[in-house]
Write a protein that binds this ligand. Structure first.
Ligand code: UT7
Length: 373
């Protein structure tokens, strides 16, 4: 049975940064001290008006493919973990597939909210282990800023936008060692965006504004998360046959520094082994773990032979964890021609997509004429 190994990684965040002070200046009834001391967050990035989730996802994915030395046409499957897709349909993954020019890839979205990326990693690894795919692009991308009520200080200070991606490739040497996924829908009401689906119908009218916003019972999620992330991590550590002291790095969902510290304590690992960058990005939902992974790699905290545990929680309630053995050398930098190659591949993908559209239109016209005649 082949293993699924991470061979490429990439991340992207929007250009616009919002500090805690900026929120205060915007009129949010909060303070830098409150946000920093209760969550660890100091800054987050927010997408511009013309920047959709797929735009962030494509950039992160291009970086991951370049690092892996994989052409888009060699990818078998694209999974985009998101709860803020560009549209209800088609999937954001299909839009990403088109923009990348990954003409041989299947594509679908996975929605497990903030736990989505680790869920998707587990699904992608399963496809490789079963022999159904050899290269799977797994992306976590979200723009929760769109659903924030900027007058609700208990939620709007927490979230940011971003995307992160990894390329999984079939390998003879261990990569993903174990994974777990879970859900407890009895807690669905604790974190939700009520409108936008089939439950709150429009009936000719727009849904109430309050139903379009993210709503959350913070303290209850907090209590549950401090237990759940550790439990999920513990489960994959045990089922991968690792001893806790063999784990070199834990990358938890970046929601709140206090939740991460409590997770470290429960797991019995020192906080130095628990990576956190929530300070700079806030909670980027499905993007938080791949962004943190990229930054941990960039900080020199990941080397071949390391055992890494990713553990996450989110709306659903849902949770997932993965234990993996890192096996690739981290290149000091991308080859010099990488931006050129990225540009060329993106241009080719745009041309190919335009040609396909044109071809479809011409064929439809011809078939309609033939049918009429
Ligand atoms: O991906 C999953 C996403 N969700 C989470 O991870 C959320 C998990 N929960 C949390 O991180 C924490 O519960 C929060 C950071 C959301 C809140 O921290 P807390 O320590 O649980 O505070 P709290 O909700 O119990 O509120 C304490 C006080 C309240 O005031 P009173 O009633 O004591 O006077 C709040 O109104 O803090 C007030 N408060 C704020 N004050 C200043 C709540 N938000 C703010 C704020 N600025 N932004």
């Amino acid at each position: 049975m082949p293993y699924a190994q991470i061979t490429g990684w990439g991340m992207h965040v929007p250009a616009r940064a919002l500090t805690n002070e900026n929120l205060v200046q915007m009129g949010v009834d909060t303070s830098h001290d409150w946000i920093a001391s209760r969550t660890g967050i100091e800054r987050r990035f927010v997408a511009g008006k013309d920047e959709a989730t797929s735009d962030l996802a494509v950039k992160a994915a291009q970086e991951a493919l370049l690092l892996a030395g994989t052409r888009p046409s060699e990818v078998d499957l694209i999974l985009v973990a998101t709860c803020t897709p560009d549209h209800i349909m088609p999937s954001t993954a299909s839009l990403v597939q088109n923009r990348l020019g990954a003409e041989n890839a299947g594509a679908m979205d996975i929605n497990a909210a903030c736990a989505g990326f680790v869920y998707a990693l587990s699904v992608g690894a399963g496809q490789i282990e079963s022999g159904r795919a050899r290269q799977v692009l797994v992306i976590g991308a979200d723009e929760l800023s769109i659903y924030l009520n900027w007058r609700d200080r208990s939620t709007c200070v927490l979230f940011g936008d971003g995307a992160g991606a990894v390329l999984l490739r079939a390998s003879d040497t261990p990569g993903v060692l174990a994974s777990t996924t879970g859900s407890d829908g009895s807690g669905a009401n604790l974190l939700m965006i009520p409108a936008g689906g089939s439950r709150i119908r429009m009936n000719g009218r727009a849904p109430a504004q309050k139903d379009r916003y993210l709503r959350m019972n913070g303290p209850q999620i907090f209590r549950w998360a401090t237990q759940m992330m550790a439990k999920a991590a513990q489960k994959v550590i045990t089922s991968s046959g690792l001893k806790p002291d063999q784990v070199t790095l834990v990358i938890p969902h970046q929601a709140n520094l206090r939740i991460m510290e409590a997770t470290a304590k429960r797991l019995g690992v020192s906080t130095e082994k628990v990576f956190s960058n929530v300070r700079n990005y806030g909670n980027t939902s499905a993007a938080s773990i791949p962004i943190a992974l990229c930054e941990a790699i960039g900080a020199g905290m990941v080397k071949p032979g390391d055992n890494i545990v990713l553990t996450s929680f989110g709306a659903g309630l849902s949770w997932s964890a993965v234990a993996l053995r890192w096996n690739v050398e981290v290149p000091a930098h991308l080859p010099r021609w990488s931006p050129l190659r990225r540009q060329l591949e993106a241009t080719m993908a745009t041309l190919r997509s335009a040609l396909r559209r044109q071809e479809r239109a011409v064929r439809t016209t011809i078939e309609e004429r033939l049918h009429r005649d």
